[in-house]
Ligand binder design. Structure first.
Ligand code: GDP
Length: 303
């Protein structure tokens, strides 16, 4: 099973999927468009979340960072005047230090991620979507902001005029991503942000053509006219998509076979460009994640 993932909604689904599918049979292609450097180290927030999820360390109250982490280094770096734009725990930062050290010695992001996976005893394949540096920049009335400055620094409050994914035109899926897609037919697009998490993965060179030949099922991160959490609504609107599960289906229309929408979503199924199926998609417990994952696995048998 291949799962395309960002860093909050899809990890919840992966937590349930692991109850049905062995880790070694799961490949996660992870967004890297929200990566940034903090105090000298490369933070790849979505990759980190997936690494912590599969190594049993994820703080799943927040859906980022390591459970019971401490923040001494963050506090001391701030005292020294460093721009700690993200709240990074000490154990979390250790991951960033190892990643950056491996990369300074010549590893690419994929190799560094594979080494971290092996150090953490992870059996799933966690693959960054590409090795090129990608930056998501939000155009606001207050000026251009890196995604993290917009979402964490400015709490997502500024008006969004447009979104630019810098570097994406030249980015390619890695060899590892291509090989994984070459040997697997079923692809889940988890409930992640369609603009800044899944959009960049689909925008990689050749990706739409490859995915169009696969069985693809997506789960909507939008219920009614708003996202379950995060800035997806604002970003979809600024990108010209309706803020609805049908708008999400529109974002994925070139590759999608089935769209899973929430049972409480009042949207009319007839307006979807593909089959829409209703289910409880609010993953407020492991049991609910497990039930949703099982339902999606069943749907693959019907395509
Ligand atoms: P990011 O990388 O932290 O932005 O996280 P993602 O892109 O993976 O996920 C963010 C999206 O997940 C948001 O648009 C939320 O609406 C969605 N989301 C979070 N929890 C749930 C849930 O339980 N159910 C559904 N359907 N969507 C969710």
């Amino acid at each position: 099973m291949i799962v395309l993932s960002g860093g909050t909604g899809t990890p919840k689904l992966l937590q349930g999927l692991r109850r049905h599918v062995a880790d070694e049979e799961i490949t996660v292609i992870v967004n890297t468009a929200e990566d940034s450097e903090v105090s000298g180290n490369l933070v790849s927030p979505d990759v980190d979340t997936i690494l912590y999820l599969f190594s049993g360390q994820l703080d799943d109250a927040k859906w980022w960072g390591v459970k019971n982490d401490t923040f001494h280094t963050n506090q001391y770096l701030k005292k020294l005047g460093m721009n700690e734009k993200l709240l990074i725990g000490d154990a979390d930062r250790a991951t960033h230090i190892v990643r950056s050290d491996l990369m300074r010695k010549g590893a690419c992001l994929t190799q560094a991620t594979m080494q971290l996976s092996s150090m953490l005893g992870i059996e799933a394949r966690i693959l960054p979507m590409c090795d090129e540096k990608i930056d998501t920049v939000i155009d606001t009335p207050e000026g251009l902001m890196h995604f993290q400055d917009f979402w964490v620094g400015a709490r997502g409050e500024p008006e969004v005029r447009s979104i630019k994914i810098n570097g994406i035109e030249k980015a390619r899926p890695t060899q590892e991503v291509l090989e994984a897609l070459g040997s697997e037919d079923d692809v889940m697009i988890g409930p992640s942000n369609p603009i800044t998490s899944i959009g960049p993965i689909l925008a990689l060179k050749g990706m739409l053509r490859i995915l169009a030949k696969k069985k693809v099922i997506a789960i909507s991160p939008i219920i009614g006219d708003s996202p379950v959490s995060g800035p997806a609504g604002k970003l979809m609107q600024a990108s010209g998509f309706p803020v609805s599960s049908a708008g999400v289906a529109l974002c994925y229309k070139d590759v999608l076979d089935i769209m899973v929408i929430d049972q409480n979503d009042t949207v009319d199924e007839k307006i979807f460009p593909v089959t829409a199926v209703r289910f409880d998609t609010m993953m407020t417990s492991l049991e609910k994640s497990e039930a949703l994952a099982e339902h999606v696995l069943d749907l693959f048998r019907d395509i």
